[in-house]
Design a protein around this ligand. Structure first.
Ligand code: EPZ
Length: 422
């Protein structure tokens, strides 16, 4: 297993290229199951999760080939329909829950699918009841069998679906189910994330009729068929936000190339409240860590609120800001696993229910720390950038799921960081 070794003390100065968004690429790859021809995506991030989704599409019978450029991928349906397998196996779904996103497209196009229940993960139980409730509302028969979800419906029909909470992949699964259904589907209390808007954009490029994406009410008029497309994937706002925190903490000056400010409004507002300079430029977002960092309170919410995927990174920022910051994690029930690791680096953090109280301003010191989930791992790397001496982050396979070549990108702007074997 790999580890990452970081030596603290260097400012980050220069330009970091932001990769395509993981949480857009995964639903978009699943959406490629819908059209009758080969679709091509550009600006695909080089991530383990994308590799896993590619393996799943191949398992279903689709051809998945690297395109002309390094970050392009072409997905083509099997020439012989007999080669299609409508089953997503446990071994793939358990490594990456977003595999569950093939359910909607398969039922929409082929009338049935058998997908392993994703099960929980480090940050929470991650139920899928909303995905299934929506499919049942569209007329599907849903059976749970030996850890698998079996969904059948000759032809889905449009329905009004009121989600109990704005689930991102739940919304995405149901959008992909609805595009080929008979009639109109309305998803109320829909997720408003930019990645949901990106999926609607691509579905409409395929010939679907999706409106309202980005608002709490999405309407889909079913169509008979969809055409293959070519599309460049939006930049990863969470990768950009992660590097923004790193630049701020090291008192650096970094251009996040390709990042879009409109995707990060809540994060930018909090960075500015913390005393960080953030300026939109033609090439992206420039972040300067100039003066003293100020303590800020964070409450994670569905978009456009502060994203849960930036909570761990902001906790590290809070550790550097003199005073008390209160962080409230409202989305997932177990997303504080970075806390004990940060405390081993000298952080002063108290967990009380869903809140984490951070007393910042103390110098962190390097040590060996354990990555537990994707964003927690990123927060430990950021902590290592400012900690005294060396920090070893173990089990970095968590990091590789969601950050492309993180050590190369950070080293290119001055970080003392390298990858090694544990
Ligand atoms: C997506 O996960 C993202 N993953 C997550 O990013 C992100 O943290 C999350 O949305 C919230 O923004 C992808 O897009 C691939 P949810 P998702 O369904 O869709 C509850 C990362 O680090 N819920 O919006 O699985 C659920 O328990 C990852 O990149 C139900 O109760 O999250 C949670 O409390 C981590 N029933 C809340 O909703 C359901 O059927 C939000 O979960 C579905 C969800």
């Amino acid at each position: 297993m790999d580890k990452i070794v970081v030596e603290g003390g260097n400012r980050l100065v220069g330009e970091i290229p932001i990769s395509g968004a993981k949480n857009a690429a995964l639903p978009l790859l699943a959406a490629a199951l819908l059209p009758s021809g080969a679709s091509t995506y550009h600006n695909v991030p080089g991530l383990e999760d994308v590799v896993t989704m590619g393996k799943l599409l191949r398992k279903l019978g689709w051809a998945v080939e690297a395109g002309a450029s390094r970050h392009s991928i072409t997905i083509a349906p099997p020439t012989n329909a007999k080669k299609i397998k409508l089953e997503a196996p446990y071994d793939l779904v358990k490594t990456m829950r977003a595999s569950f996103l093939v359910l909607g497209p398969l039922v929409a196009r082929y009338g049935k699918a058998r997908v392993s229940q994703p099960g929980g993960c480090a940050i929470g139980a991650r139920p899928i009841d909303q995905h299934l409730k929506g499919l049942q509302a569209m007329g599907a028969k849903v059976t749970l069998d030996h850890g698998y979800v079996e969904v059948e419906c000759k032809k889905l029909r449009g329905a009004t679906i009121v989600l109990d909470m704005p689930t991102v992949t739940g919304c995405e699964n149901l959008m992909m189910a609805a595009v080929l259904a008979k009639g109109r589907t309305v998803i109320e209390n829909a997720a408003r994330e930019p990645e949901v808007e990106e999926l609607a954009l691509v579905l409409n490029k395929m010939g679907a009729k999706v409106s309202g994406a980005g608002t709490a009410n999405i309407t889909i008029e079913g169509v008979d068929d969809l055409q293959p497309i070519e599309h460049a994937i939006m930049p990863d706002r969470i990768e950009a936000g992660t590097f923004a925190v790193a630049a701020a903490m090291t008192r650096g000056d970094v251009l996040l190339a390709g990042a879009r400010p409109e995707h990060l409004e809540a994060v930018i507002a909090k960075l500015r409240s913390a005393g960080v300079q953030v300026v939109a430029e033609a090439g992206g977002i420039r972040v300067r860590g100039t003066g003293e960092l100020k303590a800020v309170d964070i409450v994670t919410q569905p978009h456009p609120g502060f994203p849960t995927d930036m909570q761990a990174q902001f906790m590290v920022l809070a550790c550097a800001a003199p005073g008390q910051s209160v962080i409230q994690e409202n989305i997932f029930e177990n997303r504080y696993m970075h806390v004990p690791e940060l405390m081993r680096m000298g952080a002063d953090i108290t967990i009380s229910g869903r809140a984490a109280i951070v007393r910042g301003g103390k110098q962190l010191t390097g040590t060996s720390v354990m990555a537990t989930d994707l964003r927690a791992s990123a927060s430990l790397v950021i902590a290592g950038l400012v900690a005294k001496d060396k920090t070893e982050v173990l089990r970095v396979y968590h990091l590789d799921r969601g950050y492309e070549a993180i050590e190369k990108k950070l080293r290119a702007v001055g970080a003392k960081i390298k990858r090694g074997k544990q």
